[in-house]
Design a protein around this ligand. Structure first.
Ligand code: FAD
Ligand code: NAD
Length: 466
């Protein structure tokens, strides 16, 4: 039997990053993954394939709707969905192969099979052909999450599907019904709306992306409506059924009346739940919290001292970069260092077009806390760069402390917002004031000038181009 300093269970962005950092710090490290392809949800059925399809579908949308304005005339434009999906698979493979390389480079032993605790230090790995056992002084649980469903909705993976199947469709749906107006619903809804599907989103609350700053959901709704999305807010889904190629979704509208939606596919996107099935937590004595997550303290340590847990399987945002930071944090704690994560400064992004990105406190949170704040807003309509690229929807909003001018939150919707938000994160990590950002030179013409202008607007209402 092999002995390790650290065994990591799960090879998503939490697990593989934890393994790399453990190896860098001199620990003899093993990683256990039940699938033959490393990279977890993120690389195989999440972040990477969804972005590949978002990019492809955006090219099609632009070619169809915007190229002629640029003076580029195309004839007989059509979607080749098979090629689009094949390219997505290729992108996934390039990325998962990259993780194989990183494991080899860092001398991390990879075990393929279902990892299950036999005790707090022994793990069984059940592969397709054989079963092995290893001993590990420390373990890191990084087993991630799986899609949630709703009472009355049975996912058959053919017509009533999750994001995993939606990334592998072999045809463009005629009418895609989406339950949930959150991140997955809007990203994958965008893919198929751009390719020509009718898309109806049924959302339980009264807005899209309801956990983000309210202004973002409102603006996104306006833009997506122009692209043909239909939205049904304050609707409670009560069931879904399939007959042949047809799906019927039933719901209660805001008045309580029963309504029906008929389409050919239904995507269930109502959140994800932590995944611990078959992990043998009971044999190790690891406790869960009231929401089925592995319970951890501020150091991501479980109630069993030598077992830690990170990523989607523990509390907090279900984001790849959050999982990665946690992987690094645990490795460094094991090495006796004193790392820290500022959870308030983990950015959130929605990869629609325009993109939505945010970091720090929302206006709603600041209002609720009674904090006095200033607001600086700059619309992309007023940006020379955005006019040149015909990306005039959206804005950057900077919230700053009314007394000290420290930036408290940045919320943006616009072109390349996913990349622009990094400036806000850096500024806030260094506790910059809005004036600091307003006084820094930003290259012209760039989308990033909107961040400078919104900061100037927050700091004494002195935007230059408004
Ligand atoms: P996971 O990536 O879920 O990996 C867990 C791994 O553990 C899996 O490979 C699983 O097979 C393995 N495993 C589980 N149990 C065992 C066991 N007992 N033995 C061995 N192996 C086991 N986040 C972003 O930040 N940006 C995005 O753009 C983004 N897009 C997304 C798009 C979609 C469609 C989805 C579904 C998610 C997206 N996410 C995105 C979320 C992101 O994928 C997750 O937050 C992230 O993958 C969590 O990482 P993790 O390491 O905790 O777990
Ligand atoms: P989500 O939490 O983003 O959205 C779920 C939505 O479904 C919410 O708006 C919620 O109000 C709604 N909802 C819940 N129950 C409902 C019901 N009964 N009827 C109608 N609507 C209902 O979850 P998701 O979109 O499934 O994504 C899961 C996770 O994956 C998220 O936590 C997200 O962080 C992560 N993810 C991130 C990205 C990204 O970072 N770009 C992309 C995809 C997924």
């Amino acid at each position: 039997m092999s002995n390790y300093d650290v065994a990591v269970i799960g090879s998503g962005p939490g697990g593989y990053v934890a393994a790399i950092r453990c190896a860098q710090l001199g620990f003899k490290t093993a990683i256990i993954e039940k699938y033959s392809s490393l990279g977890g949800t993120c690389l195989n059925v999440g972040c990477i394939p969804s972005k590949a399809l978002l990019d492809s579908s955006e090219h099609f949308h632009n070619a169809k709707h915007n190229f002629s304005t640029h003076g580029i005339d195309l004839k007989d434009l059509k979607v080749n969905i098979k090629q689009m999906i094949d390219r997505k698979r290729d992108v996934v493979k390039q990325n998962t192969d990259g993780i194989d390389y990183l494991m080899k480079k860092n001398k991390v032993d990879v075990y393929t099979g279902m990892g299950s605790f036999m005790s707090a230090t022994r793990i069984q790995i059940k592969g397709e052909k054989d079963t092995k056992e290893i001993e590990a002084k420390y373990s890191i649980i990084a087993t991630g999450s799986k899609p949630s469903s709703l009472p009355g909705v049975t996912i058959d993976k053919k017509r009533i599907i999750t994001s995993t199947e939606a990334l592998e469709l072999q045809e463009v749906p005629a009418h895609l019904i989406i339950i949930g107006g959150g991140v997955i619903g809007l990203e994958l809804g965008s893919v198929y709306a751009r390719l020509g599907a009718k898309v109806s989103v049924i959302e339980y609350t009264d807005s899209l992306i309801p956990t983000m700053d309210r202004g973002l959901g409102k603006e996104l709704q306006k833009v997506l409506k122009k692209e043909g999305f239909e939205f049904y807010f304050k609707h409670k889904v009560t069931g879904a059924s399939v007959k042949g190629k047809n799906v019927t979704v039933t719901a209660e509208d805001p008045s309580g009346a029963k309504v029906e939606f008929k389409g050919d596919y239904c995507l269930v996107a109502v959140g994800r739940k932590p995944y611990t099935e078959g992990l043998g937590l009971d044999k190790a004595g690891v406790q869960m919290d009231e929401r089925g997550r592995v319970a951890v303290n501020d150091h991501l340590q479980t109630n069993v001292a030598n077992i830690y847990a990170i990523g989607d399987v523990v509390r907090g945002a279900m984001l790849a970069h959050k999982a990665e930071e946690e992987g690094v944090l645990v490795a460094e704690i094991l090495a006796g260092q004193k790392p820290h994560i500022n959870y308030n400064l983990i950015p959130g992004v929605v990869y629609t077009w325009p993109e939505v990105a945010a970091v720090g406190y929302t206006e709603e949170q600041l209002k609720e806390s009674g904090k006095k704040y200033t607001v600086g807003k700059f619309p992309f309509l007023a940006s020379g760069r955005a006019r040149a690229s015909m990306d005039k929807d959206g804005f950057v909003k900077v919230l700053a402390d009314a007394t000290t001018d420290e930036i408290l939150g940045v919320h943006m919707i616009g072109p390349r917002a996913a990349d622009l938000i990094a400036e806000a994160v850096v500024a806030m990590e260094f506790r910059a004031s809005a004036e600091d950002i307003g006084r820094i030179s930003h290259a012209h013409p760039t989308y990033s000038e909107a961040m400078k202008e919104a900061s100037l607007a927050a700091s004494g209402n002195r935007a230059l181009h408004l």
